[in-house]
Structure formats: C-alpha cells, structure tokens
Design a protein around this ligand. Structure first.
Ligand code: 5RP
Length: 227
C-alpha cells in the first residue's frame, strides 16, 4: 500500500471525536484509516462507533474491533471519513470506484462534516477527466436507463463482475453503470440533477458541494484542502 494513502489516513485521525457516532467510508484508503481508528479505540483514546457505508466497511469495523451503529440510532453523525476517485478544485468528488456510492452518499449526507482522504493522483481540474462516473440503477430499469443516458450524449457501460458471471450487483442489490463523457464536466451539479431525474437511477457518484475538507497524502506527509 502506498505511503501517500497511509499519510492521508493518518492526517484525518486528528478529526476523530472523543466520543459519538461517525461514518466510515469505503476503499483502500479508508481501510488504512480504520486500522488507525481501531488502534485509538483499543488504547481508549476515544469511544466512537461507526456507521459503515458498505459490507467492506462493516467487515473493516469488525476486523479492527470498532463498535458498530446505524442511522436509526444515530441519524446525525459528527463526521464521515471516506475516499474518492476524483477531486476537483472546488472539492467536488467522483466516488463509486468500489461500487459503494449509494450508502456512501447517505452516510455523508447524514454527517456534520465530510473529510476525504486521497493520494495526489486523485486531484483533477474537472470531474470525469480520468475516471468514469458511476451511477447505481435499479436492475428492472436497465434498458430504459441505458437509452435515456445515451440521449444525454453520454456512453454508459454496465459494470461487469470479476470472478462471477454477469453484472456487478451492489450491496443494495442494484447494478452500476459507468458513464463515459465526451469531455470533463463543466457543471457537475447540473449533470448530477439531470442523471437523477431519470426514473431508475437511484444515485450518482457525483458528490457536489458535500466535502468539507480533503486530506491529500504524499510520499512525505499530507496537506489539507478546505472549502
Ligand atoms: C468506493 C469509493 C472509494 O472511496 C473510492 O473508490 C476510493 O477508493 P481508494 O481509496 O481504494 O482509492 O468511492 O465506492
């Protein structure tokens, strides 16, 4: 694992409250954060519990002995720490590389503060520069949603599973489409709204105006970008 990801994860450790409920994102950088959080809990430096944003995050919490909670008991979270696939200069994000975007967005929305941990390779001028934009869709709607997205001038690709035949099925029983845009997004907010208006699209991987701070890990340390 790169030291840049580890440095980003360590940088966000300072945000952990002494007690209360926080959101745990998904991905390989979050896995490093979960390790650090587990150490702090076992040394009694804090008593937080987490709402996991995916089965991966749930298993990370169990592995590192981090107490679990849920949005029914804790509808408002103090903080969420999550990764991202792209971050633009306004701290808008592309997420969903790991297919967890729906619960990640819910957990982020429930949080007073969203901190993102990335390495520098994730920084872009505009979203959709390097990474396809994922959307989670209802399987029943597949044919229609493909047509509606093509009508927007965007090329959708059904995400295929590895080591299993057929499409990726998300933690919520849905499919993922990865969207190839002709050019990077000038107005990600408008695109997110247009995509979400399509019946069958449950959520998009465009996280616009949600992140409060981004901890960017480098080989030597980390720096923080704030709104
Ligand atoms: C999963 C995500 C991840 O946070 C994103 O893909 C970043 O992952 P990594 O830290 O492994 O690069 O959005 O749906």
């Amino acid at each position: 694992m790169s030291s840049a990801k580890r440095n980003a994860a360590k940088s966000a450790v300072g945000l952990i409250p002494s007690s209360g409920a926080i959101g745990l994102g998904s991905g390989s950088t979050v896995a490093l954060f979960a390790e650090e959080l587990g150490k702090r809990i076992s040394s009694q430096e804090c008593t937080v519990s987490v709402v996991p944003s995916s089965y991966q995050a749930y298993q990370l919490a169990i592995e590192h002995r981090i107490p679990l909670t849920n949005l029914d008991e804790n509808p408002e979270l103090l903080l969420t720490v999550d990764g991202a696939d792209e971050v633009d200069r306004n701290l808008n994000l592309t997420k969903g590389g790991g297919g967890a975007l729906l619960r990640e967005k819910i957990v982020a929305a429930a949080s007073q503060r969203l901190a993102i941990i990335i390495d520098e390779s994730k920084l872009v001028e505009k979203l959709a520069s390097k990474f396809l934009i994922p959307v989670e869709i209802l399987p029943f709607s597949l044919g229609y949603v493909l047509r509606a997205i093509k009508d927007l001038g965007v090329e959708p690709r059904l995400r295929r599973a590895e080591r299993k035949m057929g499409p990726v099925v998300t933690d919520n029983g849905n499919f993922i489409l990865d969207l190839q845009f002709r050019q990077p997004l000038e107005d990600p907010d408008n695109m997110a709204v247009n995509l979400k208006m399509i019946p069958g699209v449950i959520e998009t991987g465009l996280f616009v105006g949600m992140a409060d701070e981004v901890h960017v890990g480098t080989d030597d340390g980390a720096y923080i970008m704030k709104k």
